[in-house]
Design a binder for this molecule. Structure first.
Ligand code: DGY
Length: 322
């Protein structure tokens, strides 16, 4: 691989300032201080004029953008562990490298899965709205009763890094029984017990938390039929990717009381959220906050920066995904 003397790096969105400064010190950086979303034209311009595009999970790096005529860029340094925003086949075919930022967001995302479990079980969003709207009339024994988290069964769909971090928090912290299904992980670990099929996990769990990547095989994994396999008292948690769940089927399952609730940080058509979900009290909705802590977002920036450094010095990437 060839070295690049003074690489031009386009950073598509505003990222934490400390990392922006590091990028600007080392490279000819084009930052986005106003955080204006870059449309297809701006992304194509970036592909034409930069050596590296540091893009984020909200930038749709389609085949058309990757194949921009006169493209100069040879690295897409994705600011995120998931990279379903990038047409990987097109990048491979075009010889454009792709890196991501694994590991550094594991704990933050697992924390957010626990947040959603606790919020849905204890009706925290509903309670907040109740207080803020002035409807609270005082303590009473049967007011807004939720369901226990401690001692319940948590079913994990996928057993990668984030699912393992959730296992530790749920098992050690809340005494939950943790089960999982992951076709690539036959044996249990950290107190989590494997199940032979996804259906087994769905049927046994009080909370089902999704931790699989967005792949063609996982699109609408949670469809009407699988939602129907969950307990009627079951709660679905999604901090993975929106299209792992068939959102229309989820709305129907909630409306028909086939499941009791959902805690969602990701959506099928982000930033659009089905209007029916917005009106349901038993659903907690967050705006894709899984990795949104300053520490994590800085670490993600530094991990992307490390990959860029390796690329411009002609070395192998640490986190190459294509
Ligand atoms: C990721 O990294 O994939 C997250 O969804 C962005 O926080």
């Amino acid at each position: 691989m060839t070295k690049i003397a003074r690489a031009v790096v386009v950073v598509t969105r505003k990222i934490p300032e400390a990392v922006e400064q590091e990028i600007a010190t080392e490279f000819d950086a084009r930052l986005n201080p106003n955080d204006t979303p870059m449309g297809a034209d701006a992304l194509q311009e970036a592909m034409r004029t930069a050596d590296v595009v540091l893009c984020c999970v909200a930038d749709k790096m389609t085949a058309d953008i990757i194949n921009t005529p006169g493209r100069k860029a040879k690295l897409l340094a994705n600011y995120g562990v998931g990279f379903n925003n990038i047409d990987i086949a097109a990048a491979k075919a075009a010889g454009v490298l792709v890196s991501n930022t694994p590991e550094v967001l594991t704990e933050a995302t697992a924390d957010l899965a626990m947040t959603l479990i606790l919020m849905t079980a204890r009706r925290a969003g509903e309670g907040e709205r109740h207080v803020r709207s002035g409807q609270w009339t005082g303590w009473r024994p049967t007011h807004m009763m939720g369901t226990m988290v401690s001692g319940k069964t948590l079913g994990l769909v996928g057993f990668g890094r984030i699912a393992r971090a959730v296992t530790k928090k749920a098992h050690d912290g809340f005494g939950m029984h943790v089960i999982f299904h992951d076709p690539l992980v036959p044996n249990g670990a950290l107190g989590a017990q494997p199940r032979a099929s996804l259906e087994d996990v769905l049927g046994e769990s009080d909370f089902v938390s999704l931790h699989c990547p967005a792949l063609p095989e996982t699109r609408h994994l949670m469809n009407a039929q699988r939602l129907g396999r969950m307990k009627k008292s079951g709660i679905l948690i999604n901090t993975a990717r929106g299209d792992v769940v068939d959102e229309a089927a989820l709305v129907a399952a909630l409306q028909n009381r086939q499941i009791a609730g959902a805690g969602l940080d990701v959506f099928e058509r982000e930033p659009k959220v089905a209007a029916e979900l917005v009106n349901m009290e038993n659903v907690v909705l967050l705006p894709h906050l899984g990795s949104a802590t300053l520490e994590t977002r800085e670490a993600m920036g530094r991990r992307a920066l490390e990959n860029i450094r390796l690329f411009v010095s002609g070395s192998s990437l640490r986190d190459r995904v294509a």
